[in-house]
Design a protein around this ligand. Sequence first.
Ligand code: PXL
Length: 281
Amino acid sequence: MKQKRVLTIQDISCVGQCSLTVALPILSAMGHETAILPSAVLSTHTGGFKGFTFRDLTDDIDPIMDHWQKENLQFDALYTGYLGSPRQISLIVNHWDRLKAPGAVTVIDPVLGDKGKLYPGFSSEFPDLMARFCANADVILPNLTEASFMLHEEYIEDHHTPEYIERILKKLVGLGCKHALLTGVSFEEGKLGVATLNGDNQKVSYYFRDFIGGAFHGTGDVFASSFTGAYVNGKSLEDSAKIAVDFTVKSIECTVDDKSHWYGVKFEQALPYLCKLCGTI
Ligand code: PXL
């Protein structure tokens, strides 16, 4: 199979196992060439460290992407995560059409928040801009917090009903993307998983695993990166979702007994398992 060149746009959190430090090793392990456009540089992620630094790289986007265009560089996939400012959205949209290779796929993880709250520093207008950005995607991967902010729907933490989840999925596809994948779905105590709405056949699918107690930072990025790696390799929406859930669960299992490791998951130890799941080894 021809190797795919995947462009990922998200921040560099120097310490904390999220964003690019997660996406790059995962995409590489899945056989892809990686290219990056860092949206911001932070000393750590914003989920629990105090006094982190933040350098916004919005002004570097135009010159970087202009240079790529002059070099006739093209990408087989775009995967976006945490963005450094609302203005980055229109810059990315403006350039992407000229940089995408024929048949390129776009995966947008609309990183906005978790547990019913926006991440620190995001304005209340950001979810509406992100919702409009989602129209450009083949697949979007919000958690329930992000979906409810983008759709102005009530956020319900657990004990979901199929009606609630399917209403959200339909509204997500209504944003203009091809397929929607929702994480953090739970119909019964002790089970947690994802729901997908496939825009090709309107089919809703679910995949659940046993819930592991505790809060695990960075699992959204582990999930989105492995989903993207599988999807770009030609797996279906549903199979990519299953691979990403199983890899995320394995990464949590590698971490759960180490109480000192509160800031991320040890996904590195689960990479051989991911390669087996995907058939890369
Ligand atoms: O994992 C999402 C994420 C990405 N980047 C930064 C973050 C977070 C979540 O807190 O703070 C900087």
